[in-house]
Design a protein around this ligand. Structure first.
Ligand code: ADP
Length: 399
């Protein structure tokens, strides 16, 4: 009895997986896409086989009904699901931990929609549909922001008028918290040291990218801010820029604030710099053929990442390990090598053989020497959500 149905709802998509909370095995996974449009469909991957069906213009409710129907064909599995775990992007200042959802918590997630207008309303659609589809199961929320809620005030406040924090919630929240929590535990296990004695900098580098300083198992600062736009270079997002650029572009391009905002979210980062793709692999391939824009793009990405690492050394006052995770962190030997080339002064010296070996889900230490080290540690947000959900569901049964 250790399976959890993990749901990640976007505005027009729903990713799902039935996850064994002990070993991370996923006997069933899949995704519903184009929800609410004529092309709405859902695919299932179970026992090595993929199937797809149309949802006939249905939304999240139709997707979950199709999932319930599919689970009815997998009786042994369905009977062993003990909770539904929802990934929720923004928990504001309300949530420091995962929790079993009740009306009050749902209301607070709704309130946080102003801070994550693309994500939280979609999560609420998924929660509502899942409550209807699985009325007997506890529904658990796991927040991307929760792990960073213990950051000190001097780290999370921006130098803006203080009332904008008090009245409008303008502050750093940080994201990727579920990934950081998982990777912190895994890194401690691999280093054979307790997490509460470690100074870690973790770089989660996916389409969205962020870096966090983890001291004694707690996040003390991170590069993403009030939104997941701030910080290092992302796939299509700019990361940190001079904020005056926004007004400058609005005037020069005769665009309104929302139009300039869209440039920062959708047309910048790896895509904007390279002019070809938001996909790091494509840019690396093009760089290998001598394309100068692609080479420069990767250099900017690595330089800004190394600068973020340097900055996050301040709250740690030292470093036991720099950890790479996420699609780019786990697979790009080049980005790791270029980033570490800036950090030799910390005693980080790359071991090229180990760097080449740590790809496609393989963890490993990728530097020489015994002092500060760099590691590759694959993340597993689904497993973290499953673990939290199973733990809370079991505690509820006991109480
Ligand atoms: P998301 O944030 O959407 O979960 P991922 O963590 O899957 O994204 O990361 C996607 C990124 O990982 C893409 O930029 C992709 O190019 C990059 N990536 C995946 N494999 C490789 C590879 N072998 N070399 C370089 N980059 C890679």
């Amino acid at each position: 009895m250790n399976y959890v149905l993990v749901l990640n709802c976007g505005s027009s998509s729903l990713k799902f997986a039935v996850v064994n909370a002990v070993d991370g095995d996923q006997p069933l996974s899949g995704m519903a896409e184009c929800l609410g449009t004529a092309d709405a469909s859902i695919n299932f991957k179970a026992n090595g086989q993929k199937t797809q069906q149309s949802l006939e213009a249905g939304g999240h409710t139709a997707a979950l009904s199709a999932l319930v129907a599919f689970l009815q064909t997998q009786e042994a599995l369905a009977q062993n699901i003990i909770a539904v775990g929802h990934r929720v992007v923004h928990g504001g200042e309300y949530f420091r931990d995962s929790l079993i959802l009740d009306d009050n918590a749902i209301e607070r997630i709704r309130e946080c929609s102003v801070l994550a207008p693309l994500h939280n309303p979609a999560h609420l659609l998924g929660i509502e549909a899942a409550q209807a589809a699985f009325p007997a199961l506890p529904q658990v929320a796991v927040f991307d922001t929760a792990f960073h809620q213990q950051m000190p005030d001097y780290a999370y406040l921006y130098p803006l008028p203080y009332e904008h924090y008090k009245e409008l919630g303008v502050r750093r929240y940080g994201f990727h918290g579920t990934s950081y929590r998982y990777v912190t535990g895994e890194t401690a296990r691999l280093m054979n040291r307790p997490a509460n004695e470690l100074k870690l900098i973790i770089a989660h580098l996916g389409n969205g990218a962020s870096v966090a300083a983890i001291r004694n198992g707690h996040s003390v600062d991170t590069t993403m801010g009030m939104t997941p736009l701030e910080g290092v270079v992302h796939g299509t997002r700019s990361g940190s820029i001079d904020p005056a650029i926004i007004a400058y572009l609005a005037h020069r391009l005769n665009k309104n604030v929302d139009e300039v905002d869209a440039i920062l979210w959708k047309e910048s980062g790896l895509l904007g710099l390279s002019g070809m793709s938001n996909d790091c692999r494509t840019i690396e391939e093009t760089a290998q053929n001598g394309n100068e824009r692609a080479i420069l793009t990767l250099e900017i990405y690595s330089y800004r990442l190394a600068k973020a690492v340097g900055e996050l050394m301040i709250p740690l006052g030292g470093l036991d390990a720099l950890v790479f995770t996420g699609g780019i962190g786990e697979n790009s030997t080049l980005i790791r090598e270029r980033t570490l080339s800036w950090l030799g002064f910390l005693g980080l010296k790359i071991d090229s053989t180990a760097n080449d070996a740590a790809i496609r889900g393989k963890a490993g230490k990728i530097t020489q020497g015994e002092q500060a080290a760099a590691w590759v540690v694959p993340t597993n947000e689904e497993l973290m959500i499953a673990r939290d959900s199973a733990e809370l569901a079991k505690a509820e049964v006991k109480s």
